[in-house]
Design a protein around this ligand. Structure first.
Ligand code: CA
Length: 723
């Protein structure tokens, strides 16, 4: 099979081009290149002890959250509040992709491992950005249609002499970290169901642990462990019960099933663990964050209610056996896509005079939780963003006190904060043990929840049980602007003991990058409006910023080579909000250029000028289709297309804009893409199973009508061109 790159070049050519693509933006010399070769030969294997004692090698970034406690705090302090203004771009590496990049790079022995769209893994010289090797797992790109939130990946794990990566088509792969050759490649899911992997694996005592995603489409979540050496599965922990008639896998599932009603297993139940994990080596407990229900709407999922364990829960399990130890459920009987898959941080806090071992999480539901990580006991919670679904968390029971109208089924729509994109999503937080503050990339994105009277579970479709059409942005300009003004994003420096903000920094928009804390008293973050900035960890003052050309959603890291400190982040605007709210989120430059950006003191590199490829083609002539056809197209678009191609057909930067598609005016071309799979090699699935030709044509008529609307012509003038 010859893979073709999006620009039509055979993939091998692109990789050869990429090999020369590192931009050493200040003086490069041959010594650095030869050092790269030497360092990869001298590399050492990673063990439990290396990760447990990560602070003994502060220049490395060995696991997703740097340490098993996932604090994302670098002990490096040479770059500090005093000198951060001298920080500049040292090198950048062009990732060759235009979609969302959510990866945290891993750095060991002078080598950086980073993942890109389509699960391609690059090993780079961490000092120079020179490419050492590239591994392409040749994923089935058509699976991108079964991903809720872009063809993204959050990074690799490192163990022994191998790098581990999960793929959007459900595989877990072990790659030799020095040669870039795969040692084993195992399928972790049933591909007849809409499973995917976007999360980074973690390795605990030789077990590579990986979850999966797909709860929007209807699956049953689980976490599995595979032996690092052989790829053999050692255990699997299901997060929600299956059909009781088939017997329960373990006692935890038997207990969980008592909290469900009806025939929940038919749509899978959900509970996918698609991102967060943490590990406490002293307690020997692995913590897993569990996602939302399938479908979202609890009345349709579990009629009559129930807590629906272990949805929206933090679950502690034995890392050797996968056995359940304890759980804490953040949103009992969730019905709002309120995952508890958000980043979890382990720390020891002094609370009321006692030193407590805690686990902390700011899940989508808008409350910040402090939980005893030995027992699962609730300690405290408070909302960190406006939340109108619950008034507070009851201290005695640890349960939310809900606002009754927020459970929307059978009732009028409920306009809610937070919505399904959360008060905080997957973007990692950071904890600074000196300031004792948790830095949260928080946001406000409201959503109108309502029952979907036409809900009918169908494998491969969006199966939320809510009427997504009501959540779309209004077309008239005044209301559009008013709703757009409600979308907010900020850094919150949260005091977990007092359960209140110490400071906040307001951004232009939601969906900003993950956070890094450093011993230099700094917090680093990339933004939706294409900047990378440093803040004073104590006061929140912005001390330095850099125009990154492309929006940033990933989290930065810091590492050192030969005593010199670097700060690095992967740029690449994308993910759920960027796709679904394409127009609203258009704040960065265009086009989207994914890169690794690496900074150090005294460097003054510049990014190459962006290619001028903003499409300004005029839309086809207005559609002659009758109103009812356009309305039908609008409805089908919202249900089948909008989550990737954007509200009202506006997408910006990462996925081609349908309004400017050259096929918009050509029925045969449109049909070949939508119903014949002509673009499956770029991640556009074949929708013939869900859209007949008449509906596909109605969608085309709707997009033509949108492309000709006055508001939208103005919108394009506003949105095009780099800011
Ligand atoms: Ca979800």
């Amino acid at each position: 099979m010859t893979l073709t790159h999006r620009f039509g070049l055979p993939l091998i050519t692109v990789l050869l081009v990429l090999a020369g693509c590192s931009q050493k933006t200040n003086e490069a010399n041959s010594n650095e290149v030869s050092e790269a070769a030497t360092s990869s030969k001298q590399s050492t294997n990673i063990s439990s002890a290396n990760i447990i004692n990560a602070d003994a090698t502060p220049g490395e970034w060995l696991t997703h959250g740097r340490t098993y406690s996932e604090q994302r705090h670098s002990p490096l302090g040479k770059v500090s509040t005093d000198n951060v203004k001298q920080l500049g771009l040292d090198w950048s590496f062009d990732l060759g992709v235009s979609r969302g990049i959510e990866a945290t790079p891993i750095v060991h022995n002078g080598v950086m491992y980073v993942t890109v769209t389509w699960n391609i893994v690059h090993a780079l010289n961490a000092k120079t950005g020179e490419l050492i090797w590239t591994y392409d797992p040749e994923v089935d790109k058509s699976r991108a249609s079964l991903l809720c939130c872009d063809a993204v990946n959050r990074g690799v794990a490192l163990w022994g002499n191998q790098v581990f990566t999960g793929t959007i088509d459900g595989r877990l792969i072990a790659i030799n970290k020095d040669t870039g050759k795969a040692n084993w490649d195992v399928l972790t899911v049933d591909l007849s169901l809409p499973y995917s992997i976007t999360g980074a694996p973690r390795v605990v005592k030789g077990n590579v642990i990986i979850g999966n995603g797909g709860a929007e489409f209807g699956v049953r979540g689980y976490v599995s462990a595979y032996a690092a050496d052989t790829g053999e599965m050692t255990w699997r922990f299901f997060t929600v019960p299956g059909n009781p008639e088939n017997g329960f896998e373990d006692k935890a599932m038997e207990m969980a099933a008592k909290t469900w009603n009806g025939e929940w297993w038919k749509a899978g139940g959900g509970g996918t663990a698609w991102d967060s994990m943490a590990y406490d080596p002293e307690l020997d407990l692995l913590y897993v964050g569990v996602g939302n229900g399938s479908p979202w709407n609890q009345d349709l999922r579990s009629p009559g209610g129930g807590d629906n364990l272990f949805l929206s829960s933090i679950v502690a399990i034995n890392p050797d056996t996968g056995e359940y130890v304890w759980h804490y459920q953040t949103t009992p009987g969730e019905t709002w896509d309120f995952t508890a898959t958000q980043h979890m941080i382990l720390a020891d806090l002094n609370i009321d005079g006692d030193q407590r071992k805690v686990i902390m999480q700011a899940p989508k539901n808008g409350f910040f939780y402090v939980i005893d990580r030995k027992t699962g006991e609730f300690i405290s919670a408070n909302n960190f963003v406006p939340a109108n679904w619950a008034t507070h968390i009851d201290v005695e029971s640890g349960r939310p006190v809900e606002v009754p109208d927020a459970r929307y089924p059978g009732k009028k729509p409920y306009f809610q904060l937070p919505g399904p994109l959360g008060g905080h999503n997957w973007h990692p937080m950071a904890y600074n043990p000196q300031t004792k503050l948790v830095y949260i990339p928080a946001q406000e994105i409201p959503f109108a929840y309502t029952d979907d009277p036409d809900y009918n579970y169908e494998v491969g479709k969006w199966n939320t049980g809510t009427n997504l059409a009501l959540a779309t942005l209004p077309s008239d300009e005044a209301t559009f602007k008013a709703v757009r003004a409600m979308f907010k994003g900020r850094i919150i420096a949260w005091d977990p003991v007092k359960q209140e903000a110490a400071w906040t920094f307001e951004h232009k928009a939601p969906w900003n990058g993950g956070l890094l804390s450093t011993a230099g008293g700094l917090v680093f973050q990339g933004t939706a409006d294409a900047h990378f900035a440093a803040y004073d960890a104590a006061s929140g003052e912005q001390l330095w910023k850099f125009f990154s050309q492309t929006g940033i959603v990933a989290a930065p890291i810091s590492y050192s080579v030969n005593g010199e400190q670097f700060v690095a982040v992967a740029s690449g605007w994308g993910g759920g909000f960027a796709l679904a709210y394409g127009g609203v989120s258009a704040l960065g430059g265009a086009p989207n250029v994914g890169r690794v950006l690496t900074f150090k003191l005294g460097a003054d590199g510049q990014l190459p000028a962006l290619p001028n490829t903003v499409v300004t083609a005029a839309p086809p002539p207005p559609s002659t289709a009758p109103e009812n056809v356009i309305a039908k197209g609008a409805k089908a678009y919202v249900l089948q297309c909008a989550v990737c191609h954007g509200d009202h057909g506006v997408s910006y930067g990462s996925i081609p804009s349908l309004r400017q598609s050259p096929y918009l005016g050509v029925a045969a071309g449109w049909n070949s893409i939508v119903r014949e799979g002509a673009r499956t090699d770029r991640g556009m699935g074949n929708f013939s199973q869900f859209l007949d030709e008449e509906t596909s044509e109605a969608i085309r008529a709707y997009i033509i009508s949108e492309a000709n609307s006055e508001r939208d012509l103005q919108f394009y003038k506003d949105a095009s061109g780099a800011k």
